[in-house]
Ligand binder design. Structure first.
Ligand code: 9UX
Length: 78
């Protein structure tokens, strides 16, 4: 059984263009303020991010667009 509430998905994405810790804060901050985003964690060393979101509120494409608007490239791996 899944312990997550209904409507919650976890997606993993790769991020291009991050070179310092402030970049991490920019990506995380851009996503955290979006409705439907519940959790976000970005790792500088691996250029990987994980987001917990409600797909009925925000789509993967929306999430990618927000990251790109913050000045980075991103694509979901899952
Ligand atoms: Mo760090 Mo990131 O000086 O866009 S903020 S490179």
């Amino acid at each position: 059984t899944c312990s997550k509430p209904r409507g919650t998905l976890i997606g993993q994405f790769t991020i291009g263009g991050m070179t310092c810790a402030s970049c991490v804060n920019s990506v995380e901050g851009a996503l955290r303020k979006q409705p439907g985003v519940k959790k976000v964690a970005v790792a500088l060393a691996t250029s990987l991010g994980e987001v917990e979101y409600d797909p009925s509120v925000i789509s993967k494409d929306d999430i990618i667009s927000e990251i790109e608007d913050a000045g980075f490239e991103a694509s979901f791996v899952q």
